[in-house]
Design a binder for this molecule. Sequence first.
Ligand code: ADP
Ligand code: MG
Ligand code: MG
Length: 910
Amino acid sequence: MTTASKNVYVFGAARTDGDAKMKNLLGGKGANLAEMCRLGIAVPPGFTISTEVCTVYTDQGQDAVLKLIDAEVRAGVAFVEQEMGKKFGDSSDPLLLSVRSGSRASMPGMMDTILNLGLNDEAVEGLARKANNERFAWDSYRRFIQMYGDVVMGLKPVSKEDHDPFEVVIDMVKEKKGVQLDTELDTADLKELVTRFKGLIRARVGREFPSDPWEQLWGSVMAVFQSWNNDRAKVYRELNDIPESWGTAVNVQAMVFGNLGENSGTGVAFTRDASTGEDLFNGEFLINAQGEDVVAGIRTPQQVTLEGSRRWAQLAMVSEDERRARFPSLEELMPEIYQQLLQAETKLERHYADMQDVEFTIQEGRLWMLQTRNGKRTGAAMVRIAMEMLRQGIIDEKEALHRVNPERLNELLHPVFDPVAIRKARVIAHGLPASPGAATGQIVFFADEAEEWVRKGRTVILVRQETSPEDLRGMSVAKGILTARGGMTSHAAVVARGMGKCCVSGAGAVHVDYHARTMSVGSETWKEGEWLSLDGSTGDVFLGQVPTKEAELTGDFGALMELADRHRRLGVRANADTPEDAKVARNFGAKGIGLCRTEHMFFEGDRIKAVREMILADDETGRRKALAKLLPMQRGDFEGLFREMNGLAVTIRLLDPPLHEFVPHDEENQRVMAHEMNLPLAVIKMRVEDLHEFNPMMGHRGCRLGITYPEITEMQTRAILEAGLNMKAKGIEVKAEIMIPLVGTVREFNAQAKVIRATAAAVFAERGEKLDYMLGTMIETPRAALIADSIGQQAEFFSFGTNDLTQMTMGFSRDDAGKFLPSYLKDGMYERDPFQSIDQKGVGLLVRMAVEKGRSVRPGIKLGVCGEHGGDPASVDFFHRAGLDYVSCSPFRVPIARLAAAQAAIDNPA
Ligand code: ADP
Ligand code: MG
Ligand code: MG
């Protein structure tokens, strides 16, 4: 196969082929390495093999890849040799390489990096002589064998305790020697490790560790491509909607060494605080270490900045003297390097106009940048960074609105610990505030068990010594994560922030015993299953279940919402059934209630008795008697809603669900009901039997109830209008909208409208006063959408009930779809769950059609949507384009809808 197209792109001082815009081809890491070279920032030279080659690997295998890129890779290595003045495979002064994966979207910890590639039994001696550091050379060699053995040769653990086979060998050697830290191992120990590692590979894999550098290089390149399809990469893609077809690039780069002694080191830094969003350069580093050590969270890292170091010391309860002596910041330790780093981070943040997450290595007093990317951040940091960058003039309003993923606002809307309860709670340990939020759950120590427990309906806190990519699924189902080791940039911390999950990391006092399934602090021990609470914003670990309290829209969050309101066209209302819900909705900025489900009030307290009495009544007289009992209760509810929504519209839907939902189906409760109603059990049973339907959701419900029992509609109308008049008398501005559900024909609408208007006339006559109200309908049967022009001549507003409309258009019910929908989604039969995100092509077409037909007969007709879809950003975008007036969603999704509506307006300029 010959091709003229380019597959390998070099970056370095002499020449750089790629740039930041080429992410699709070079992956995020490769594109940004190239961009940094272009900006004149010191980056070890290298080359990137494009993502297209990954597709060739997946489709045609490694021989095809070799054939395609062999010459280009050789030229790439020659380029690096030229830049570094060293030869690859030279055993007296070897050029060592790193092989790093990098897809379009950053996938932290997903694919393993191989460092120190090019070493073998001869080259290690050359490296030792050249660096004049034997220990360094052998440590580099054992790290290389370890990484290569794992990633390329596939050495896998044989049991849970075997977690990492190489680490088991290291622990053995350390134990034999009576030391605790890797750094305490000397050259002889490292040589022993190299021998043992090779033996382990030979025994378990059945092959020799390859000594030929080129064989090592190709093995690594292929392993990166292969890793695109490993389980954890797949899980991450699944969780983050990354298509498989994107592939990964491979970056091959000259090694720089942070482990050459006390004037070397390596670290990670953020241009702003990734947890809170504060505009504060911060980061962590380790002296005399290679990059992976920071992420692995095995040693306690030091802070990059003095300010960060002081804050850290305060949290860790380390005195200023001890801090300066044992944990000085880079700013204090290497002021010149620090200044260079500060310049680089400032340049990068300005250049990308976004918060950057950078990796750096210092080799013998020289700074090298190894990576930059837009930093992952919490929802809170997303909001603060966007708003501060707007105020700092770095980005404009539209960009600021786009910087926040609406879904991530969830994190700011969810409860925090109750401030009173928290004061009484007992703190048993303290760690780093790695990812904010409040979480409470039962202790579980293994990720797979976390999944199992959650499946059984428990809420869990995953407690680990440290986490690794294998723990991803368990982390995603846990309420919170607690690790004993690791810093702010450890695996657990980075992944938790990405998931918006509460995490406390590096709680050093916590001792985890995986065998005994216990955690202890000092002399106290807790077993799996006991309750813990974590505060990811302070790092506190509490014993027991601490109650939580609702969040508020203030500060930057409030400012972002105001900004969104200025840009959006769509109105945002909430679905709320009670005055309490209405209050939450209003606090979150809802401009009205788009759906009040009256029947939700029927279950409260004694009401259900009256409802049942109505259902059981033999005739209209009996029903009216029962309804008369319900009237004052409903009126009271509506008064509360109107009072709470003073000045804003309140859409009230008349009774909708099939009546069988209100009666008990088990004998025990039927007995209770019989007793309460003073009726024989047999009568109850017979009536319940009567109410049975084969497809209740397509049966006697919606306006069909009001048509067969007009007295129900009468009572509800009376309750609404009397409540309105009562509130109006108290100076409240009432905007009532009465909504008829499940209409399919104009006659149905007219029949109900007649009852409503007659009742209204009667109420107004009795009271000697009128109340303006609107009368509209839901569009939730396909037929209603089809004949929306005829219905629109009668109805003053439409509200799309997209849940029912979806069920009836798709021909499956939300309640039964669980049996096949998950596999449908996996197979791509549907791109997204149509109950979560509206099916734009099918159901959406009905919506568009009804909008057009409705407007054609009544230009000013009010159009809204009140399904769950009203709070889904992609659906909001669709409703904006379809020309609706408002969406209505659950109170907690109101801010999400407000932001999504603003983004829709920006993305679809009129
Ligand atoms: P990830 O995507 O998991 O962050 P990276 O490719 O960034 O993986 O590599 C992991 C670590 O290896 C980084 O922290 C980096 O510091 C280190 N590393 C990668 N390439 C080099 C190199 N050329 N020289 C020195 N260290 C490197
Ligand atoms: Mg990695
Ligand atoms: Mg990295």
